[in-house]
Design a protein around this ligand. Sequence first.
Ligand code: JCF
Length: 669
Amino acid sequence: MIDKAIMSRIEQLRTMLNEHNYRYYVLDEPSIPDAEYDSLMQELKQLEAAHPEIITADSPTQRVGAAPLKEFPHVTHQVPMLSLENAFADEDIDAFQRRIQERLHSYHDITFTCEPKLDGLAVTMVYENGHLARAATRGDGTTGEDITINIRTLNDVPLRLRGDKYPALLEVRGEVYMSKAGFEKLNQHARTHHEKTFVNPRNAAAGSLRQLDSKITAQRPLSIYCYGIGLISDDWQFTSHYDMLMQLQAWGFRVSNLIERKINAKGCLEYYYQMMKKRESLPFEIDGVVYKVDDLALQQQLGFVSRAPRFAIAHKFPAQEQLTVLQDVEFQVGRTGALTPVARLQPVFVGGATVSNATLHNMDEIERKDIRIGDTVIVRRAGDVIPEVVAPVLDRRPADARLIKLPEACPVCQSEVYRSPDEAAARCMGGLYCPAQRKEAIRHFASRRAMDIEGLGERLVDQLVNLGWVHNVADVYHLELNQLAGMERMGLKSAQNILDALQKSKVTSLARFIYALGIRDVGEATAKNLADHYKSLEQLMNASEDELQTVSDIGPIVAHSIHSFFHQPHNREVISRLLAAGIHWPQVKKAESLPLQGKTYVLTGTLTQFSRDEAKAALEALGAKVAGSVSKNTTAVIAGAEAGSKLDKAQELGVAILDEAELVKLLKN
Ligand code: JCF
């Protein structure tokens, strides 16, 4: 015998959990923090574990899946699950209204309930005395599969109806779907585990719901929107479709909040275009909208033709996926050197436009999906997103289908193409020379932390390249005053300023110069390590891949990038021209002889005579390291005005603190 108090606590916990669940999953209005929900669930699980005889099928603990099935039993629907007539054009909706009015011999306005049409799987759920008794797929409309144990795992399906007023028998119908985000996450997980991915959210929802192991279904991000009633005992009556949906929600079913009542075809079309605009931003995929005569008495009068009701119609959006043939693949080189495979397709009308090119993303993606030239492929174009090849249709593969091969040389500049094992994109290694990378390479070269050529920004680089005056970074040192001064929105004075900045940039440091070359994976810190290690450009340029890996923080991948970069003849040529133009840097003294060798400083607060970067450069020129955070290995913290937590940390650790005057003294010595 179970203690009465325990039994009532169990009932209370179940009611509370069901209610929070309803607010969270059905109304999308969370009412308590997750942690609190979890602790209530924990308490219920413990009580049920201690008294297993009182576990009921509708307890909120019973959603985690059951023992796997061998196959799904078949069930015959008491009321057939119908399909809807499809409409594609606005005129079809006018005709729909006219047909209804003629059949009713009434030309009054008609109220329609308008709903989004989800792209998922139709299911039906039978409630006996308020308890979920059975759930099934639509199947062929007459018989479906009994997927009760899977449907039970959906958090937005009530296991028992809310409230205490409901019909003895209720059959509710809805569409099970997977959100776009849930689909992406599931596929991402599959990719990292080298498992097969799903082609689209619909397939993912179908595959998840038709799992014989409901524990797997329980882990899939499935949701439902309910849209109708199949069977209802005659102890309950409705007069309007819309009111019926509202009652479904009150009983605990998830009903879309995008549903609206509209008058006549005109109102329906307003709804259609309003939803079309929202389509991309919705968290789930819809393939159209559904209009239903709202008055249930009129629905009954209208009845059915063959397999579809006369009172409802699905108004479809342009399909976002179509089949076509992959005729060829070309590789485009982006501004950072990444090679993107582009599909040349037999033109196909998809998502409201004719598509003949689509992205294949990268080689990893092509190999994972096993896409070949000659394949029939699914092409997707959604909203303003670039069209993409989603997957091949394997049973339509012709015998002469060809593998897609990454070119060995850049299609733009013929430099080496390198596919790094830790990156999806393959890249052209001719960074300094490749016309596709020109603008980006020059912009980076001139940037403040690289050669710091003031005035040579993105806009000017654009103009200079477009005019054909600059093909690579070396050309900028051959620009002339009258050339620059003649450009749009450029006076004599600004032209001279640019020449001065170019002149000034010629005196630099080896580290800056290496960084400015824009070698893949070589940021400022790596450039500095390389400069410190080799001390001369020539030695760096001639280092082997093995040798490069002895430099701190350089592994095999970065070593390959550096080595390959310096072995493209075109890159070497540009470097020679840069040096010939007069770029130089002071020979670094033997490191051991520098006065601040081995010391580490941290800068904090605002200095008056230097910028942070200047102070850092001055300290580093003397052999010191400048770190970003204070530790017990810090030699001293240099504190300017309004120094913050780093100063506190220094005091805490007993690290020496210098002010700006002391820094100046340090640099002078
Ligand atoms: O969202 C849907 N896919 C959907 C399908 C919505 C509805 O209101 C439907 C449906 C299929 C049949 N109504 C019927 C009668």
